[in-house]
Design a binder for this molecule. Structure first.
Ligand code: ZN
Length: 278
């Protein structure tokens, strides 16, 4: 499955979860050092991508996917979105979960221009601040977590920031989810009585929601990320929210229901649009 998508509606919004990677399993022990015996053979899927939200007034993206130069990946802006009828010029807002290259690399085209020329960006102030600093001085920086060269300059005057949970667009709230990277944030979308949590990389795979205390060593601060997940799971259950994760396998959406060990993930929906092979 290369560049497939899942389309569904949430209240007045039309939502499209787009994948830009090649589907493949990774052993859970690639992320978790101290793994419980019963999960020793567990595998997870790691697929990147972005989410398109069409509201009656505007077209919004959550993240921008991989950069055009990353081998083995589809550049969603120039390939998949075109086949799905989403013109880059039609996007007027990009909400950023965090600054890893597989989430923001797609903001640039292969010739260094902005992929979404008419879009303003919304991100956590701590992330935007860190992008203003020289590469070596960025908070929680990791290899691959720096913005592509030239991006910060191109974005001057186009970025709106938040620092805490707040409405950033009508019916869309930023939901800071600390632990993964500096300024890591999810988005809580409520429309027509339905609720969706886009949780970014708070969990790479639903197994991390079923077992929130499972420490993911790819998180900058695994202990804080585990605490964040525990709160997130409780809230998603309480609000009966639909949940989508940036790297979840399609349909990538599901609900959490209470279970003896904490929560159980129930997948919802099915891939409804496949733009075909690249
Ligand atoms: Zn990621």
């Amino acid at each position: 499955m290369f560049g497939a998508a899942h389309r569904f509606s949430l209240g007045r919004f039309d939502i499209l979860v787009v994948k830009d990677g090649i589907e493949g399993r990774t052993p859970l022990h690639a992320f978790v050092v101290s793994i419980p015996a019963e999960l020793a053979r567990q595998t997870v899927y790691m697929l990147g991508g972005l989410t398109v939200i069409d509201t009656p007034d505007r077209r919004i993206l959550i993240d921008a996917g991989n950069p055009p130069w990353k081998r083995g990946r589809t550049h969603v802006a120039s390939t998949v979105l075109g086949r799905l009828g989403v013109a880059p010029e039609s996007v007027d807002r990009v909400l950023i979960t965090h600054g890893d290259l597989d989430h923001v690399g797609g903001l640039l085209t292969s010739n260094g221009r902005l992929s979404y020329p008419n879009a303003r960006l919304t991100m956590h102030r701590a992330l935007w601040r860190s992008w203003q600093r020289p590469t070596g001085q960025r908070a929680n920086a990791r290899p691959g977590s720096n913005p592509p060269d030239g991006l910060t300059d191109l974005l001057q005057g186009r970025v709106d920031c938040f620092e805490e949970e707040q409405e950033v667009l009508p019916e869309i709230h930023a939901l800071p989810l600390p632990g993964h990277r500096v300024g890591h944030t999810g988005f809580r979308i409520v429309s027509g009585g339905e609720t969706l949590f886009h949780i970014g990389d708070a969990a790479f795979d639903p197994i991390f929601l079923e077992r929130p205390s499972l420490a993911n060593d790819r998180d900058t601060n695994p202990a804080v990320a585990a605490e964040t997940r525990a709160c997130l799971v409780k809230r998603a259950i309480a609000e009966r929210a639909l949940v989508v994760g940036s790297h979840f396998r399609l349909p990538a959406t599901g609900r959490l229901v209470p279970a003896p060990h904490g929560a159980r993930w129930v997948s919802v929906g099915h891939p409804a649009a496949d733009p075909g092979p690249q």
